[in-house]
Design a protein around this ligand. Structure first.
Ligand code: GLC
Ligand code: CA
Length: 565
């Protein structure tokens, strides 16, 4: 089973701008994080993944870095960072940095030089091309709407940006760029940080020659995903990064790699590949999209059978060969309880059921800030209250094409990244205790009911349920390393699986909806052998385990010994 600390860990993701504001400017910051370490320690998490905190003009909340070795001034100083790291280490927590290697900010000094003239020595740090037929060099569409190419009048050439035009892509064909990036990664490792989440790392290599993507319609931009994702050379570059830099440190690494299945993921995380420990896969994030090709905004109902198929495939293919990163939410996704649970009538049980699901899978569980108190999606009436660059670009694009306002806002309410970015709800005071000033984005008005202070106090809260799940992980190796097996693959309402390690077996029973289906215990399992480890409901008196009627969103985890001595 090849034990590793990062397999046994639970990761908590912090989106700093929305976590905790220490100085009343409405923006979360490092001292804010510091002031909440006790809260996180009490929860029991091992690793904090902190989203980018580097110097940045903040067009994409820090994912546009203008200096890799400095701290965003709104977040604090390098001294604050050093103290934060020290305080975390004192508490036995580790820190995973979020690093953007695919692009920088347009305000990075490299880009400022690069764009200044065609013969500037840093011209080739980025990707510059001449236009074609009076337009951009090809028809690739950016993640954040429009072409990936932006014409720069200074030199009359286009630069490539897979994300917003404020995020020019670095040129990984240039060995000087690679050297500089390696040096910088090493600089952070020497500071004593404990790992990296590599942002958008699947995209650092683009198809040679930048050919047009297939475009039956003519001149429009098209989704050219395959032309810049998971290409073979990404692996060579990651292996070099690993062998020359990462290898020398005991760290954990996770890559953001959309667009692949588990077999391809093994190229990143397979034992012996010398690349990454884990990747974030996206297959289950597209369950509620009409098609991967149509993008995320075209929302359809998701199906449990599909979820089972996807997750089971990842669980079985990676077992003993790689390692999973299990998550249902992050700063780019809607809130998990609003998306996969029921935030109207069953918020608490459904949030607990979803937590049971991710924490009982094989792999490292990730908790996104606020998920542990069951924070929900936001639906602002006006586009003026949204802040996310992807959302704003989407709105503009659809408005300019004449789509009705209501339809656009409907999609935004379901899928905007701002759903996960409203401030953390700490207590029932003004602005949910996030700031004494005016928050950079509005606080969800349900903070009076949903907040951390209430949750910590209430023994039956979602927070205390998470705490228990984490405690169980520390106690039972089978939760970390057990082999996954899906039961009842065709059941459309209940998700049941076992995890087996030597003579220990977990039986995980999850009712994913509000109906009350019956779970029939497989005949080979004797009810008397089952020990209940955790549930989001109190077991009924004298219940018949062989024929168990589940309550809405009920979750149960049983432990049993396979061979009695
Ligand atoms: C990743 C980040 C996202 C960011 C993008 C560009 O997908 O998770 O927040 O906007 O990369 O850096
Ligand atoms: Ca602040």
């Amino acid at each position: 089973m090849n034990p590793k600390w990062w397999k046994e860990s639970v990761v908590y993701q912090i989106y700093p701008i929305s976590f905790m504001d220490s100085n009343g400017d409405g923006i979360g910051d490092l001292r804010g994080i510091m002031s909440k370490l006790d809260y996180l320690q009490n929860l029991g998490i091992d690793v904090i993944w902190v989203c980018p905190i580097y110097k940045s003009p903040n067009h994409d909340n820090g994912y546009d870095i203008s200096d890799y070795c400095d701290i965003m001034k709104e977040f604090g100083t390098m001294d604050d960072f050093d103290r934060l790291l020290q305080e975390m280490h004192l508490r036995g927590m580790k820190l995973m940095m979020d690093l953007v290697l695919n692009h920088t900010s347009h305000e990075h000094p490299w880009f400022i030089e690069s764009r200044s003239s065609k013969d500037n020595p840093k011209r080739d740090y980025y990707i510059w091309r001449k236009g074609k037929n009076g337009g951009p060099p090809n028809n690739w569409e950016s993640y954040f709407s429009g072409s990936v190419w932006e014409l720069d009048p200074q030199t009359d050439e286009y630069y490539l940006h897979l994300y917003s035009k404020f995020q020019p892509d670095l040129n990984w064909d240039n060995p000087v760029v690679i050297d500089k990036l390696h040096e910088m990664v090493q600089w952070w490792l020497k500071k004593g940080i404990d790992g990296f989440r590599f942002d958008a790392v699947a995209h650092i290599v683009k198809t040679e020659g930048f050919p047009d993507a297939l475009n039956p319609g003519g001149t429009q931009t098209v989704r050219a995903y395959d032309m810049f994702s998971n290409l073979a050379n990404v692996h060579t570059l990651l292996q070099n990064l690993h062998d020359q830099v990462l290898y020398f440190y005991d760290i954990m690494t996770v890559g953001e790699t959309s667009g692949l299945g588990p077999e391809q993921a093994l190229d990143y995380v397979g034992d012996g590949r010398r690349e990454l420990n884990m990747t974030f896969q996206f297959e289950h994030m597209f369950l509620d999209a009409a098609s991967a090709g149509s993008g995320k905004w075209d929302v359809v109902p998701w199906s449990l059978l599909e979820l089972k198929k996807i997750i089971s495939n990842w669980q079985t293919v990676l077992h003993n060969r790689g390692w999973n990163a299990n998550y249902l939410c992050n700063h780019d996704q809607p809130r998990s309880v609003s998306r996969f649970g029921n935030d109207l009538f069953y918020r608490i049980p459904s949030a607990k059921m979803l937590a049971t699901f991710t924490h009982m899978l094989e792999g490292t569980p990730y908790i996104y800030q606020g998920e542990e108190i069951g924070m929900t999606n936001i639906a602002f009436d006006s586009i003026d209250d949204y802040r996310d660059v992807e959302t704003l670009n989407y709105y503009e694009e659809k408005r300019s094409k004449g789509l009705p306002e209501a339809e656009i806002m409907g999609a935004i309410h379901k899928k905007s990244r701002d759903n996960a970015r409203t401030p953390m709800q700490w207590d029932d005071g003004d602005e949910g205790g996030f700031t004494t000033g005016v928050p950079w984005i509005k606080v969800n008005s349900n903070y009076m009911e949903i907040n951390a202070a209430n949750a910590v106090k209430d023994p039956d809260s979602i927070y205390n349920y998470y705490k228990k799940l984490i405690e169980l992980r520390k106690k039972h190796k089978v939760i970390v390393y057990g082999d996954y097996k899906l039961l009842l693959p065709e059941d459309t309402e209940i998700y049941v699986y076992t995890r087996t390690l030597e003579d220990q077996q977990l039986l995980v029973i999850l009712n994913f909806f509000e109906r009350e289906p019956v779970f029939e215990l497989p005949p080979e399992i004797t009810p008397g052998t089952l020990e209940l480890l955790i549930s989001n409901y109190t077991p009924q008196k004298e219940e018949n385990l062989s024929y168990l009627k589940l309550r809405p969103y009920e979750a149960r985890v049983y432990l049993r010994r396979l061979y009695s001595v």
